[in-house]
Design a protein around this ligand. Sequence first.
Ligand code: C2E
Ligand code: MG
Ligand code: MG
Ligand code: MG
Length: 294
Amino acid sequence: EAKRQGGGRALFFAPDMESETRDLAALRLDLRRAIEQHGRGELSLHYQPKVRASDGHVTGVEALLRWHHPERGPISPLVFIELAERFGLIEALGDWVIDEACLQMAHWRTQGLALRVAVNLSMHQLRRPGLVAHVQQALRRHGLPPEQLMFEITESAAMTHIDTTLRVFAELARLGTELSIDDFGTGYSSLSYLRRLPASQLKIDRSFVKDLDSSADARAIVEAVVRLAHALGLAVVAEGVETEAQREQLRALQCDELQGFLYSRPVPPDTLSAWAIEGGGPALLRFDPPSARP
Ligand code: C2E
Ligand code: MG
Ligand code: MG
Ligand code: MG
């Protein structure tokens, strides 16, 4: 049952150390193969819309990595990204995600869809010397305006190696990409550092959104975070919005954008463009009409 619930989680239930080591070694080879031979299609990006709280218009999408293992089935990114970091594969994996997201943005642009795409970055990726050069190359190769690309870095990752974060954020901001601080409220932000980060967006962690209905504390925290973010000139996104009640509360609390299963799950790119171009899709999503020439 562990397998069904958590994808790759079964791997941690190996009965003894020896078989766990064997399991990990096998998985390492599998992941390397999935990255190097990405034409096999085991890796893919799904995209989840972010919408404007006031009218449900899609303001952009977040790219979320998927790995469909040939025998184990889907494995959660929380599991295999950590493995990639342990195995020294995160650079190659992260580079693939950036390339794939840019390729998709370019493809959408030929369809008249200028969707802003947010790519998640781990701390390991942030500390990698070639990151900014790689991003710049990917943008150039696909002829993309940098401001259409956004990066999400979790608050805890951003604050762990603050000097690296400040430097890399500054370089990415100079390139012209947008920056977002993910899962806010779960790390330990130094407010003076937060002020110095050239980010434009802050995402309130799902745990606070989940408890909005039941907890006055959660409401107070969201309210305070929104005020803080706005005072610092950051737009606020709430993640993990699942119910209409949460949506109404978040609107009342002046959240700028909402994201969650209430609007849409992460979906394959063709599903998203079909909704945007042909109409249809979840009832609450609104797309601006595609422009003839992006
Ligand atoms: P995240 O960046 O905070 O992404 C949000 C996660 O919450 C996603 O899980 C998404 O599918 C899920 N989610 C969205 N709306 C809802 C909702 O309404 N309810 C609930 N219960 N869940 C919701 P996912 O796709 O499993 O990704 C998990 C984490 O893995 C991400 O958290 C991110 O930290 C990491 N990740 C995913 N893709 C990448 C990637 O390409 N690179 C890196 N470095 N990390 C990634
Ligand atoms: Mg994210
Ligand atoms: Mg998040
Ligand atoms: Mg999260």
